[in-house]
Design a binder for this molecule. Structure first.
Ligand SMILES: Nc1nc2c(c(=O)[nH]1)N[C@H]1C(S)=C(S)[C@@H](COP(=O)(O)O)O[C@H]1N2
Ligand SMILES: [Mo]
Length: 320
């Protein structure tokens, strides 16, 4: 692989366009994405629901499998987009314990398979938008988070749900040194308001592209909230805590001016370093010489009709 420069580490969550471009060119040159179009074809045929889309599915073209599984953020495995696919190969997603805590009737440490037994698994094709400006269309496999929350019976006083990723430095090189953490404190923490958790759009994924969730995508289970920026989608969850105060998330702690609790996709609220008005759809042909077609970003990532009412009366410029 290439030599890691200090500037790569400092690039943190925000990767300048030029660096990004170079990495993509590097990837292509290395042949890592050479099979993308082949994967796209097989990906489509693997999808049981590709032709008959359900009420939650976008009908936009599904992103090639190779992009979804070899270009993403999972800082526990390193801060480069290619790191998760490379360094998560030996991660062990089973056996998996989950601690349920806080304002809830059934707090306990559960075995994941027991905890989610009996849930009806669904396929849903969601549009995903990263804060850094790339977007993908991913066929997820999983169950509504609402099903789990109802099973756990939160107390009436619970208003937020806090999620925590596993802390396992032996398996996660990014957790071994501050220099590798991209400015984050471990373990990774995210949160949702309780009503956001119960929204039918909010999914817990255990698979993608009709396959089990790969380690780099958050095995054994991860959150998917498609109207929010990608970083809300916490991976490899080991703790779910019901609380009455707004949780402080990892990115809020790292840079509060850039990352608020809500993190709803909003083309009119810029990141301090760049506009959020447009995005690049990974893998989508654009011109003869470039992929990643640019397109305008939509309010709530296009899911306003399903989630907008939850924010009625809120100032979405202040509550970013
Ligand atoms: N535990 C953990 N979860 C995480 C991250 C991380 O660094 N650690 N990165 C987030 C960010 S910034 C993004 S963009 C998405 C990207 O992964 P995905 O393409 O699999 O959704 O995962 C999110 N979940
Ligand atoms: Mo992200």
């Amino acid at each position: 692989m290439w030599i890691r420069r200090a500037s790569d580490i400092a690039s943190s969550e925000i990767t300048p366009e030029s660096v990004y471009r170079n990495r993509r060119e590097f990837l292509k040159a290395a042949g890592l994405l050479a099979s993308a179009s082949v994967a796209a074809l097989s990906g489509t045929t693997m999808l049981s629901k590709a032709s008959q889309s359900g009420p939650y599915d976008t009908t936009e073209t599904v992103t090639p499998y190779a992009y979804a599984t070899s270009y993403n953020n999972y800082y526990e495995f390193g801060t480069d987009k290619e790191d998760p696919a490379i360094y998560a190969v030996n991660f062990k997603p089973r056996p998996w314990k989950v601690s349920v805590e806080g304002l809830v009737k059934k707090p306990a440490v559960y075995d994941l398979d027991d905890l989610i037994k009996g849930f009806t698994l669904e396929d849903r094709i969601y549009r995903m938008r990263c804060v850094e400006g790339w977007s993908m269309v991913i066929p997820w496999h999983g169950f509504p988070l609402a099903a789990l929350i109802k099973r756990l019976e939160p107390a009436a006083s619970a208003q937020y749900v806090e999620f925590t990723t596993i802390h396992s430095p032996d398996q996660m090189r990014g957790q071994q040194s501050r220099l590798l953490s991209g400015g984050l404190e471990w373990p990774y923490v995210e949160g949702l308001r309780l009503d956001e958790s119960l929204n039918p759009l909010t999914l817990i994924a255990t698979g993608i592209y009709a396959k089990p969730l790969p380690n780099q995508n958050g095995a054994p289970w991860r959150l998917v909230a498609p109207w929010k920026y990608g970083f809300k989608g916490i991976k490899a969850i080991v703790r779910i805590r019901f609380v009455d105060k707004q949780p402080v998330t990892s990115w809020m702690k790292a840079w509060p001016k850039a990352y608020g609790f809500y993190s709803n996709v909003n083309p009119s609220v810029d990141h301090p370093n760049h506009s959020q008005a447009h995005e690049r759809r990974l893998g989508e042909p654009w011109s003869l010489f470039r992929g990643d077609a640019p397109r305008p970003t939509l309010m709530f990532n296009g899911y306003a009709d399903r989630v907008g009412a939850m924010y009625a009366g809120m100032d979405l410029r202040r509550n970013y």
